[in-house]
Design a binder for this molecule. Structure first.
Ligand SMILES: CC(C)(COP(=O)(O)OP(=O)(O)OC[C@H]1O[C@@H](n2cnc3c(N)ncnc32)[C@H](O)[C@@H]1OP(=O)(O)O)[C@@H](O)C(=O)NCCC(=O)NCCS
Length: 270
């Protein structure tokens, strides 16, 4: 092992001391750069490619479309979740054996299995469409009445880039928890993700309720929406609860819904 000796500085050390100092300082360049990027003025400068504004009635079809597209993205993850269930695996294996027993052909058994998987995919798709329709029949049926009536603490915003709506968020009083507000319909078009847009949309909503002295904001998300979980953590939300969605298909695949909560900092807001 190399022995290390600590001694007093000598004049000959000058060059080496300067080099060690420079190397040590330059190590922090990447973190300082990231820190600089995260500063509000830099963010304002970088984010001038979009603007956030309140919902207008002319946004109605595109808002519903952005929501539906974002929701449908998770259909593949739900299908995989279904296939991970023991009962589903046992069923598929049993079916394969039965077909093999009946037809004595691996090919026929595999074809039969593929047919069943296709039907399974169609069922998941159908259930997902029902989920989308549920949202479209709730607050998104009449967005103006749900969010934009004067005098109410509720609002809907869109993010616009080059005149097109590319992201959405809404906030209104939570039906299931009086005294709390609920953040809803957070969705960003795929091509515009990873650039802080959803974060800015949510911050706009959180600032709005902070100005109204609202103290608690909650939101509901599902176990498969992992990008959204990261967004909520980065905003300061914490997961408070998880429960199986109360429907038979959800129970069968143990589909969990997460409730996140955020304590609004009302100090300094007006
Ligand atoms: C969830 C969603 C809205 C995020 O939009 P986005 O504009 O890409 O998010 P942002 O760029 O503002 O990211 C915000 C934070 O989340 C993190 N994040 C978002 N997506 C991420 C990903 N795919 N991987 C890693 N981190 C991610 C970012 O790193 C960032 O954290 P930071 O500020 O600490 O760096 C978007 O993926 C989406 O529309 N998904 C489909 C609809 C959906 O699931 N909505 C949620 C309903 S509950």
């Amino acid at each position: 092992m190399t022995s290390i000796k600590i001694r007093r500085y000598e004049d000959d050390d000058e060059e080496e001391v300067k080099e060690i100092f420079t190397l040590g300082m330059s190590e922090h360049v990447p973190t300082s750069f990231v820190h600089l990027l995260k500063q509000p003025p830099t963010q304002m400068l970088l984010m001038s490619w979009f603007r956030i504004r309140e919902y207008r009635d002319s946004d109605y079809p595109v808002v519903r479309e952005v929501y539906s597209t974002g929701f449908r993205e998770h259909v593949g993850a739900i299908f995989i979740l279904s296939l991970q269930q023991r009962w589903a695996q046992a069923l598929l294996f049993g079916l394969f054996l039965l077909l093999f027993f009946l037809f004595e052909s691996v090919l026929v058994s595999l074809l039969g299995l593929s047919g069943v998987l296709l039907v399974g995919w169609m069922i998941v798709h159908h259930l997902f469409n029902q989920g989308v329709q549920l949202g479209l029949r709730e607050d998104l049926k009449d967005i103006h009445a749900s969010y934009m009536l004067p005098g109410r603490i509720s609002r809907f915003w869109v993010a616009e880039s080059e005149g097109h709506v590319v992201g959405t968020v809404g906030i209104l009083p939570c039906v299931g928890e009086p005294g709390a507000w609920e953040l809803k319909r957070i969705s960003v078009r795929k091509e515009f993700r990873g650039r802080g847009l959803a974060k800015r949309l949510c911050q706009t909503a959180l600032q709005f309720v902070a100005n109204q002295k609202v103290e608690r904001v909650v939101l509901f998300t599902s176990m498969v929406q992992s990008d959204a979980h990261r967004l909520y953590h980065s905003l300061g939300f914490r997961k408070e609860e998880e429960f199986v969605w109360p429907s038979l298909p959800a129970k069968l695949i143990h589909f969990l819904v997460f409730k996140y909560a955020y304590t609004v900092n009302t100090v300094g807001s007006h």
